[in-house]
Design a protein around this ligand. Structure first.
Ligand code: CA
Length: 612
């Protein structure tokens, strides 16, 4: 009896009896961060009426901010690294000197070298995965009672059941293919009634969607990947949330969201940022207008929101051991916020590479956003990398367009690459031929496998960081978004075709998969591809020639679009080839004499590793 009472008493004193569970974000933090400030969002019924206090050596509660909505409190903590040990402490919330609620906060020890962690570089090759569509490793999470949308695999816009376990289970495939980084489209909770599989309508920035798995599984995926030398690149969204985000039902303040009571839509004019003739109204609408009705536009000009987003990113880097970040719709959030965000990430993680999506074919506009670029209007960006949409578009035009007198064909690509002068660091751009938003490469190139091989050869041997979309190695097809992101064969129980084992693949798919694997793995062993200079030559007769070279080696690449073999005299390339007389055909392994013209097979690439 006495014991029972004691248990009840200690239960009461421990605070478990408080009527409501507070939501506190971030739910934990770390000791030893560069920036000692931490701002907590506290959410609970009428919590603003309470007076928060805490007592932990080294930690000071510096400021309490109350907003329009009395269900929120924002607490500014100062964590003195020199005096604070990792551990737990209670934040007490008091009314009339009585504790009405409490939250046990935890400060963790950082992983060794967390700040100086490595990130993806041109030495990496990124594999892009839409996790709902890659592999269903756990059919038990296909439907989750607390979340609105279940699985309808027959619907191209529905959820198909793929998950983090599916990716984890097949890391060996990704590793075997030679990829060293995985960019996964967002796996955070998207509790929308429909069309939620893509992940870009986030309804909880701190939790993995239960249909994808758990936070713990995300962390385990990252750890297992790291053991295989694979970095996880998290896809982050700062422009918007999902309309079913938990705070949408009870906003902290009206200005948490732009146009919260009268929706206006973005004009998508990505030129407004640098256009010297721009109208203010157009400029405001790009960043403050909503993307679509189901994606409320976050107001990053609100400093509480800005802090929330910055800390959320740092939390995920620290928690999950991230090796990179991809930022969605980079020009759409407030541009000053994006500069603050990237700068803060650079302060905490000096090596962190971050690639932004600025989806436009104009290299001048893409270059504007890269760190180191001197902009006429004085805007200073801190973004290290961008998706190379201009080269993507030029590559497809080069392979599908006919060469005419001084125009067309490979001249698209040749002329586009000349624009590298506009970039602060063209070598850190991400080069790709397709992604989750544009038609599958196989479709862009008229289902022509020869052209696909030419395109992928360029992606894997040009300057920059190559990125391939899952399934491109299998000639996967797709025009609409849902088809582009179709299911990877072998990822679902009972699949007749299994690309992980090769079972049931068509000969053309086997050939493409082997081609990609060969080139990806070969690139990994040849640092000249990631560090060498690129010199290219004016395209002639439907062929494009370039050389990658430095003290680590020399590689000559020929892309031959002709329907006939090409006999290529090497004399024009002697300045870069030097006196070398022998090379190796990378795709066949055959030895090649450089003393006489080389034969480039019809509609094929020829890659020669130059031997000294
Ligand atoms: Ca599943």
């Amino acid at each position: 009896m006495k014991t029972k009472l004691l248990i009840i008493l200690s239960f009461f004193l421990s605070g478990e009896m408080f009527a409501q569970q507070l939501r506190v974000e971030p739910a934990n933090w770390w000791v030893g961060m560069q920036v000692p400030q931490l701002q907590l969002l506290v959410y609970g019924k009428d919590i603003a009426a309470a007076r928060p206090q805490l007592n932990y050596p080294g930690v000071t509660l510096q400021r309490v901010t109350r907003v329009e909505n009395s269900n929120y409190l924002f607490l500014d903590l100062f964590i003195d690294n020199a005096r604070t040990a990792p551990g737990k402490f209670d934040i007490l919330f008091q009314k009339n000197n009585k504790t009405v609620n409490k939250y046990t906060y935890e400060l963790l020890q950082r992983q060794p070298n967390s700040s100086s962690r490595a990130s993806f570089t041109p030495a990496d090759i990124i594999y892009l995965i839409t996790p709902d569509r890659f592999a269903n490793g756990d059919t038990a999470n296909d439907r989750v009672a607390s979340l609105k949308e279940g699985v309808t695999r027959a619907d191209e816009n529905g959820r198909h059941g793929g998950d983090l376990k599916g990716v984890t289970d097949h890391l060996d495939y990704v590793h075997d293919m030679g990829f060293t980084a995985i960019w996964m489209t967002p796996a955070l909770q998207n509790d929308q009634p429909d069309y939620s599989y893509h992940g870009y309508s986030i309804t909880d920035f701190y939790n993995i969607d239960a249909r994808m798995g758990t936070n713990q599984q995300y962390k385990e995926l990252s750890e297992k990947a790291a053991r295989l030398g694979i970095k996880i690149v998290m896809d982050m969204v700062f422009n918007h949330c999902g309309s079913e985000h938990w705070w949408m039902k009870d906003l902290p303040s009206k200005d948490w969201i732009n146009y919260s009571d009268n929706i206006r839509y973005t004009n998508h004019r990505k030129t407004v940022t640098m256009d010297p003739h721009v109208a203010k109204s157009d400029s405001v609408l790009l960043s403050d207008g909503w993307f679509v009705k189901t994606m409320p536009d976050l107001n990053q000009k609100n400093p509480l929101m800005a802090n929330y987003l910055i800390q959320n990113s740092i939390w995920w880097i620290e928690y999950a051991g991230l090796g990179g970040i991809r930022v969605d719709t980079y020009p759409y959030p407030d541009m000053n916020f994006m500069a603050d965000w990237t700068k803060r990430i650079a302060v905490e993680y000096p090596n962190m590479n971050i690639v932004g999506e600025v989806w436009i074919d104009n290299p001048g506009i893409v270059a504007y956003w890269q760190r180191g670029k001197k902009n006429q209007n004085g805007y200073v960006s801190w973004l290290p990398s961008l998706m190379d949409f201009p080269v993507q578009s030029a590559l497809i035009k080069a392979l599908t367009g006919e060469e005419k007198y001084n125009a067309g064909g490979f001249l698209y690509l040749y002329d586009m690459l000349a624009n590298d002068f506009q970039y602060a660091n063209a070598d850190n751009l991400v080069v790709f031929a397709d992604n989750h938003d544009i038609r599958r490469l196989y479709d862009q190139l008229g289902k022509d496998e020869d052209l696909v091989k030419l395109a992928l050869t360029f992606v894997l041997t040009s300057r920059g960081i190559p990125q391939l979309m899952y399934g491109t190695e299998l000639n996967m097809e797709g025009q609409t978004d849902g088809q582009i992101r179709s299911d990877f064969p072998g990822g679902w129980p009972g699949d007749a075709v299994n690309a992980f084992t090769g079972k049931g693949l068509l000969p053309a798919q086997q050939s493409m998969q082997a081609f990609v694997k060969k080139l990806v793995r070969w690139r990994q062993g040849h640092p000249v591809l990631s560090t060498g200079k690129l010199v290219h030559y004016r395209p002639l007769k439907e062929a494009y020639v370039y050389i990658r070279y430095n003290e680590k080696g020399r590689v000559l690449v020929v892309l031959n679009k002709n329907k006939a073999d090409l006999s290529l005299d090497l004399a024009p390339y002697r300045a870069e080839l030097g006196a070398a007389r022998q090379g190796v055909d990378v795709l066949t392994g055959n030895s090649i004499s450089l003393d006489r013209p080389v034969t480039v097979p019809a509609r094929s690439p020829l890659i020669i590793e130059i031997m000294n």
